[in-house]
Design a protein around this ligand. Structure first.
Ligand code: ACO
Length: 332
């Protein structure tokens, strides 16, 4: 048994096609000015013919290579998503076939935008049970498959993409840049589930042969309520994880919040008294990629050299359910 978990191989992938705010001006009654000022989003990447497992596969191959591993070294696959290729098989099983791996457990986890942090805790649990564990943790979303691009109040907010890393019970070799998971806190509140939903096709809202999809096939949300709860819940869980680890906000070297909306990020950073230069923001380039948002931001910050040896990094996310959670990492 071990209580430590290590992670490496931070990688991400987004599809080539970009939808700009100007593109949306041609589709619906909106403007670049409205979208930028209310959300901070300028561009989002949207698939043309790729599925959740394709995005996960591209990010995973890089994560495996960057960790100094080959696919055959993996012991488990966890894929966070609310937009899998299909209900059955799960996207993790499709992913393992694309990576040419057989025989290890492969599962999807759905915690909406908090999925990567939920996956982190599950990977940590597997590491504490299996000293040999090398878990491929991916978060991959084709949100565009469940957003009505013709609905201006939701269509402009989201994008597609995937992030990946390897979580290991044993430290990585010194030549592999890695970090350690110090702590994770997960929370949820099902009483608020109706504020953010994708209902149709689920067993409570089945689609029958020849049914046409309605608005409930796509993301529906009470934007202002989601906004309020997102800020409040993320602040609460950040304060909790800092306190539990005897840290102050100024001890955080890089703060990586879920990239849903610049106004949510700025309100949270202000409440947490996080300085601007310690706050990572890329919502302008990708929109809200749901579960993939935090690992994409982590991998991008890492690629840009913004994470140094000894740094403490705080990830926090919030999403439908509601679910929320925070994760504290220390880099070596
Ligand atoms: N272009 C132009 N006008 C628009 C658009 C658009 N794209 N979208 C909505 N509007 C209009 C509305 O129709 C409304 O018009 P009305 O006053 O004539 O009825 C007006 O703008 C104001 O609408 P609100 O919804 O009140 O606008 P608000 O300032 O709350 O901004 C937004 C909406 C951006 C969705 C905001 O509430 C928000 O960011 N909420 C958080 C939701 C979120 O990020 N969810 C993601 C999933 S959960 C998560 O990841 C945290």
């Amino acid at each position: 048994m071990t209580n430590s978990s290590f992670l490496a191989g931070f990688s991400f992938y987004v599809p080539d096609k970009i939808l700009t705010n100007k593109d949306f001006e041609k589709l619906v009654d909106t403007s670049d000015e409205w979208i930028t000022s209310r959300t901070g989003i300028s561009n989002r990447h949207i698939v043309e013919d790729e599925a959740c497992s394709d995005l996960a596969s591209a990010a995973s191959r890089q994560a495996i290579a960057r960790s100094g591993l080959v696919p055959g070294d993996l012991t488990h696959i966890i894929n966070a998503t609310f937009t899998p290729d299909a209900f059955v098989p799960n996207a993790a099983c499709v992913l393992m076939e694309k990576l040419d791996i057989k025989g290890i457990p492969a599962m999807d986890v759905n915690a909406a935008c908090t999925g990567f942090i939920y996956g982190m805790e599950l990977a940590r649990g597997l590491c504490s049970l299996h000293p040999e564990a090398k878990v491929l943790l991916t978060a991959s979303e084709v949100v565009s498959s469940r957003v009505n691009l013709m609905d201006r109040s939701t269509g402009v907010l989201f994008g597609d993409g995937a992030g990946a890393c390897i979580v290991s019970a044993m430290p990585f070799p010194a030549n592999v840049r890695s970090g350690q998971i110090l702590d994770v806190i997960l929370r949820a509140d099902g009483s608020l589930s109706n504020l953010l939903t994708v209902k149709a096709g689920g067993s409570a809202h089945p689609l029958r042969l020849n049914d046409r999809v309605g608005e409930d096939f796509f993301v529906q949300m009470e934007g202002r309520e989601v906004f309020k709860h997102a800020v409040r819940s993320m602040q609460g869980v950040c304060l909790e994880i800092l306190k539990r680890n005897n840290l102050q906000p100024e001890d955080i070297d890089l703060f990586i919040p879920h990239q849903a909306n610049i106004r949510i990020i700025e309100a949270l950073a202000k409440k947490m008294m996080i300085q601007e230069d310690k706050l990572y923001i890329n919502v302008q380039d990708y929109g809200n990629t749901s579960a993939a948002s935090t690992p994409i931001a982590l991998a991008e910050a890492w690629e840009k050299g913004l994470i140094n040896s000894g740094d403490t990094v705080l990830l926090v996310a919030f999403g439908g359910g509601f679910t929320w959670g925070a994760c504290l990492l220390r880099f070596s």
